[in-house]
Ligand binder design. Sequence first.
Ligand code: GLY
Length: 381
Amino acid sequence: MNSIINENMQWIDKVWNNLDSKLRIVARRSFDKLPYTTIDGVHDNKHDTEPDWWTNGFWGGMMWLMYAETGNEVYKMTAMRSEELIGDALKDFKKLHHDVGFMWHILSGANYRLTGNTRSCNLNLYMAAMLFSRFNVDGDYIRAWNVCPELAGWTIIDCMMNIPLLYWASEEIGDDRFKKIAMRHADMAMRDHIRSDGSVNHIVEHNPETGEVIKVHSGQGYSETSCWTRGSAWAIYGFVLSYIHTGKIDYLNTARKAADYFISNCANFDFMTPIDFCAPPEPLYYDSTAGVCAACGMIEIAGCLSEEDGLKYMEAAIKILKATDSRFCNYGKDEDSIVQMGSERYPVNGDMSGVHIPIIYGDFFFAEAILKLKGSKFLIW
Ligand code: GLY
């Protein structure tokens, strides 16, 4: 693996310098915010509108990634401020859902692992208990959302990125219960969300009394039989993380299968990820966030394999990241976001809101991927 990294080191260093020099300025500017996207180049602030929004951990999480690499106190201070601000989400238990992993594990969990902060450790353990409590013992899955009884049987592939919180909790308190629940959920996702060709069902509805699959819903992709690329990315990265935390080889094989599908399809788009691999060719809508998240997973997959077997995944990750860097990145210091052209979902009835916008987790996963290539050993998940 070293040779492909070495060949690309100049480019990796250049991108890293662009990231660090922009983010150390934006860290100060957005100190008091929980950003989601930008308005006229300026970060918005979900703290004022939706403190329980599922992406509210990513800004502070990215600050911890940057702090882990640089030791720069600006990043640490902004990350800690972010943890204070997200605290408002705790005011209403009923609004909390399975995304407590996205929200706290990369924020409070990272704080504890990097600084030893015991308050953050406790908070992250409470969140693990909260996620654990969403397990449906009859259906064998972690329930995604609240809202109404009709959603009691719904699971979404995204949850694969929340369960590392449970693996961590088991390690932290020396008790396998959390890990076992996470593995039961991952086993369900392997069976019910991953299709035979390696593409992914976004939402699966189960009978909450038996776990039996009732129906597949389309979610944020083009249709229920198409392939929403961010769902694939959650599967690629989520399954390799489950392998790293448990050693269960089926999870690594599943991550590879999802990555193989992603790579062969993404090649048709010059490694600039569309929102859905199976959508009509025109108009073409991109989702840069899917590419950078998938790249993180591919780099981890490569690290779990021999140099020969891993090369394909590392090469694809680098191609995606280079396409992102050259086509989608804004390193200008007057604007707050870096990765442009993210998309929340495939547009419904021509509604383009949330399509081709910067989204905070695009910046997070791009920075995380570049740090992995740079050799960072801090696995935030
Ligand atoms: N987890 C929701 C999304 O990926 O948009």
